[in-house]
Design a protein around this ligand. Sequence first.
Ligand code: ATP
Ligand code: MG
Length: 655
Amino acid sequence: MSDQPATRPAPSDHIDNVLHENRVIAPSEEFAASARVSPEQYQEMYRRSLDDPEGFWGDVAGELVWMKPWERVLDWQEPHAQWFVGGETNIAYNALDRNVARGLGDKTAILWEGEDGEVRTYTYSELLREVKKAANVLTELGVQKGDRVTLYLPLIPEAAIAMLACARIGAVHSVVFAGFSVSALADRINNAQSKLLITADAGYRRGQPVNLKANADEAAQNTPTLEKILVVNRAGTNPPMQPGRDLWWDELMNAASAEHEAVPVDSEHPLFLLYTSGSTGQPKGVLHTTGGYMVNMYLTTQTVFDLRDDDVYWCTADIGWVTGHSYSVYGPLLNGATVLMYEGAPNHPDWGRFWEIVQKHGVTILYTAPTAIRSFMRQGDDLPAQYDLSSLRLLGSVGEPINPEAWMWYQRVIGGGRCPVVDTWWQTETGGIMLTTLPGAHPSKPGSAGLPMFGVDPAIMTHEGEELGPDEGGLLVIKRPWPSMLRTVYGDDARYRKSYWGEIPHVYFAGDGARRDADGYVTVVGRVDDVLNVSGHRLGTMEIESALVAHPAVAEAAVVGRPDEVKGESVVAFVLPQSGQEVDPGELRAHVAREIGALARPDAIIIADALPKTRSGKIMRRFLRQIAAGKEIQGDTSTLEDPGVLERLAATEAV
Ligand code: ATP
Ligand code: MG
């Protein structure tokens, strides 16, 4: 939000509505009949969550174990909220001990598949035992309640074990995605002032071991607070170990006692720090605390994913992202679910890998990102058709707006036309899902995230805080605190106040543009910073991109504005063709004009072999804006998946 050049047009806040997407897909009668939440229940629960938040959240929290009861459900001193004030609990206790105590000890908690095909499973009892041992290991290493521990790990069970062990002793974990560079890792260790780093010798990516320990060693040269490095042996690469500083996870785990009592922590005790993915600028260290986060993960996971005892639930996100925290680890484990984790790339050894995993393990719920869905789409329908995907009963999407065509493809080809698709809008900052449809309760509208979750009070506003009406595009805000909201930006409360509660008086500003239809469905049309201003019309990126993706020759698209003397800005489209197809620029322009109007017709089309994305797969339009304007690339490119893309795009002639 902060790194925009001052020359960008001043926002008039209204965003035009150009894409006319009218499809409505209702859940099957069969699904609806047995859904956990019916339409009437949603209405009643949602109403109560706004009218009587103390009663509503108190009841949900009461289903979990508290070592000391709370005195008040909410204390709101804008912009700082405290939830379950005075209460003490432990989220790892609630995810593990509590589930073992209620008879789930022998149920599979984690079903893990390595990229090399190795499979490991942990029952709830086994996972509890590992977490207890790891908690003892951390304590023996001198980690105390409140200390920060940085995790730089591949997606292996030890990552979840380490997170839960931190939570068990009240230490604050800060997970850094294993794809991040040395400097990104060092910055995050320094920002958190961690004493301990937990890493692995290496992790696998597309068959190759990626040497994490070497990165850790290099980062450790510039991280004065770091005392110890705990190393999981994942790939047997035998890295050099610095005596006195580096320790093997396995050795300490083997020697550790399996007896451990979870440490009760205050409801507002910090649980984790996590840096946003950096799509719009410098990543922020988002701080989440214990009680409210726990209660909302418990509730959103069971309702949004319609969880049942026999589900095999797979969220494909890496634990380096908030989705991995909330919906691979905490939410499903709090609910006693069986969670599948897969270590590697979706295209290793080929693009059928996900479908092979679904077939092999009988996955029932799949939660993934639009970037993955569009990549699968690009490969065509034949590959998924070779696998038995009939175990699937529910699909989810998160991370970016999902273009209606990609939504339809996901529903038809992966979901066999029978699975509801939940498009979940939320952020690192919100901790959990904020907008979605509940499967079974609500029909879906492809491209639109949907309705507010319990306790979420959204609105579409102008910068002046004027609420806009149905179908009027503007800024997406949340009008009251919710239990899993971020508490601050770590070490920078002024930034917290300014970025989230300072933009528009008395509401949380999400940074996204959106509109809400007469049924209350919210459609997110893109980042406010990315909105284009063409001839006085403000256009969200999602709608033009969706029109492009709706063309059969286009797999993926990103649009940005380029300064234009006449129009203010003109539309520049970066287009990734469907595998084996040619894009005819004239035809594509005509197609966009037909779909959403001549206004949005791209002035320049750049045929790309890849788009610049964050490591979590989100398109980074700020660099594309620079390329479109013929400028030098400026800004931090370290969160890009493949920085080489920028050069290639800059060298490509527009058509
Ligand atoms: P940064 O804040 O550093 O720029 P980021 O916003 O990409 O990074 P995240 O917290 O991972 O970091 O992403 C949240 C954003 O992702 C939302 O603000 C929104 O723009 C987008 N998003 C996530 N889910 C959806 C969805 N279902 N529909 C539309 N947009 C979504
Ligand atoms: Mg963000």
